[in-house]
Design a protein. Structure first.
Length: 297
């Protein structure tokens, strides 16, 4: 066993990731622009279906508890990734990137995120295994992040420091290789900041390094296509950041009370799904209606 799984599991999982990245890079990039939106929705659905199939596989081979832990971690990371997408949307709008440039930046961002998340999850899980008090530090970080996220404006979610810095560097300049590298680095810096919340969140659900890592990577793999599919709809999810704050607060309490109260992973999964559904529907129902002038225009 290495970090929660046998070497065969690690090799097989990374083989799957390599195939998915090759399909994304080699085939989906060549789809005509007129089919880009359909392709994004289709690939998002395929990746989600693969994640659920992987959860079922884990349930049969490692036990039902491991399968539910993976699914809960995947949903937590996927929902927190939506906050990432808000930041990317603001960044790309500020810089005026073309659709092709957005695709390329996001792809490099995904590759960098896979490497960083793997290193951070292994380090964080090792700390938790050696020092019991670290869980209280992680729990406090999650609670602080939940309060911060709840108090943010809907369209101001996320760390915008990298965005503002890149805008200053590239303002009134064409996007050349040097500025493109800066944009990719800003995406990586943004993911690094979000990892400080998301990694403690998944480790509050499972202490198994392999489950935490694979759920993170499956969520990250779908980030690019999810952005392309939802880029026009993100502005309408105006209340979703409140739901994400509630999920962060829930996993923080779960981590802080771990020694006294054991919340079944099935209940955690049900809570996460219910919160996402309620706040997504609430965002839609409370969306301001267009004025008469907008209809006329």
């Amino acid at each position: 066993m290495f970090a929660g799984a046998t070497p065969g599991y690690w090799i097989a999982f990374h083989a799957i990731v390599a195939v998915l990245l090759l399909v994304d890079l080699g085939l989906l990039q060549r789809i005509p622009r007129s089919y880009a939106l359909r392709t994004a929705w289709g690939w998002t659905a395929v990746l989600a279906a693969l994640a659920f199939c992987y959860a079922i596989f884990l349930s049969h081979t490692e036990g039902r508890e491991r399968g539910l832990e993976f699914l809960s971690g995947y949903l937590v990371e996927g929902s927190l990734s939506l906050d990432n997408l808000f930041v990317f949307l603001l960044m790309f709008r500020s810089l005026g990137l073309s659709a092709e440039q957005e695709h390329t930046v996001l792809l490099w961002g995904v590759l960098g995120a896979i490497i960083m998340r793997g290193a951070f999850i292994y380090a964080a899980a090792s700390l938790l295994a050696r020092f019991n008090w670290v869980q209280y530090v992680f729990g406090a970080i999650l609670l602080a992040a939940a309060v911060h996220l709840f108090r943010q404006r809907p369209r101001g979610a996320g760390p915008l420091g990298p965005v503002r810095w890149i805008v200053r560097k590239t303002q009134d300049k064409p996007i050349v290789l040097s500025s493109f590298v800066l944009i990719v680095l800003a995406v990586e810096a943004t993911d690094l900041i979000f990892a400080l919340d998301s990694i403690p969140a998944v480790l509050a659900i499972t202490r198994n390094t392999f489950i935490a890592y694979t759920s993170n990577i499956f969520a990250i793999l779908g980030l690019r296509s999810l952005y392309l599919a939802l880029s026009r709809a993100l502005d309408h999810l105006r209340l979703l950041h409140h739901g994400l704050a509630l999920i962060l607060a829930f996993v923080a309490v779960k981590m802080l009370l771990r020694h006294w109260v054991e919340i079944p992973v099935g209940w955690s999964l049900a809570f996460i799904v219910a919160v996402l559904a309620v706040f997504a529907v609430a965002s839609r129902l409370t969306e301001p209606k267009p004025s008469v002038d907008q209809h006329q225009n």
